[in-house]
Design a protein around this ligand. Structure first.
Ligand SMILES: Cc1cc2nc3c(=O)[nH]c(=O)nc-3n(C[C@H](O)[C@H](O)[C@H](O)COP(=O)(O)O)c2cc1C
Length: 168
């Protein structure tokens, strides 16, 4: 099984990216979690560009999404919303025919932040992603038991993705 990890932060020392890296190490046998590395380099979304010639980097991101059994998203909150660079990536994925129905696990590493998570739920649901609610985790990465929370979420997510494969 192949999962694609998408971080909503471009910061080198990002806690969200580090949660995704931790998840990679927690992955059970047979599950590979690959980090996306394109989000910071995507051009600004423009429907005219999308309709004329899809930039190679966008086509590659869509291909990665298509090939993944599920998406794991860890995204910070900026000014009570989704960071612009991450929303930009989601906007490029609206036109992906493979996005609808894609299982999504949401990780929130800031228990005090709820606006961005709510916005992500709204946007992803509008894009017809299949948010796996039982896999969603809110963990404080400074807590000793954060890894248990991530592991439990991943385990529920892998189970849901396996179910999705069977029902396709
Ligand atoms: C521009 C900016 C706006 C932020 N706005 C919020 C906010 O509205 N609510 C909140 O809880 N944290 C906010 N934060 C804090 C970030 O969510 C926090 O630093 C988080 O760890 C950033 O994620 P990262 O470590 O993965 O880069 C903001 C940070 C920045 C840089």
């Amino acid at each position: 099984m192949h999962l694609l990890a998408l971080s909503g932060s471009l910061r080198a020392g990002s806690f969200n990216t580090s949660a995704l890296r931790a998840l990679q190490k927690l992955a059970p046998k047979g599950v590979v979690i690959t980090p996306d590395e394109s989000i910071g380099a995507l051009p600004h979304f423009n429907p005219d560009v999308e309709m004329s010639e899809l930039p190679e980097i966008v086509a590659a991101l869509r291909q990665q999404v298509a090939a993944a059994d599920g998406l794991v998203i860890a995204c910070p909150e900026y000014a009570h919303g989704i960071p612009g660079s991450f929303k930009n990536a989601l906007d490029w994925l609206v036109g992906s025919t493979d996005f609808p129905g894609k299982p999504v696990m949401l990780i929130n590493i800031a228990p005090r932040a709820s606006h961005a998570q709510a916005a992500l739920h709204e946007v992803l649901t509008t894009m017809s992603a299949r948010i796996v609610h039982e896999a969603g985790v809110t963990v404080d990465m400074r807590d000793a038991d954060a890894m248990y929370g991530l592991q439990a979420g991943l385990s529920a997510f892998v189970k849901a993705c396996k179910g999705a494969r069977v029902s396709v």
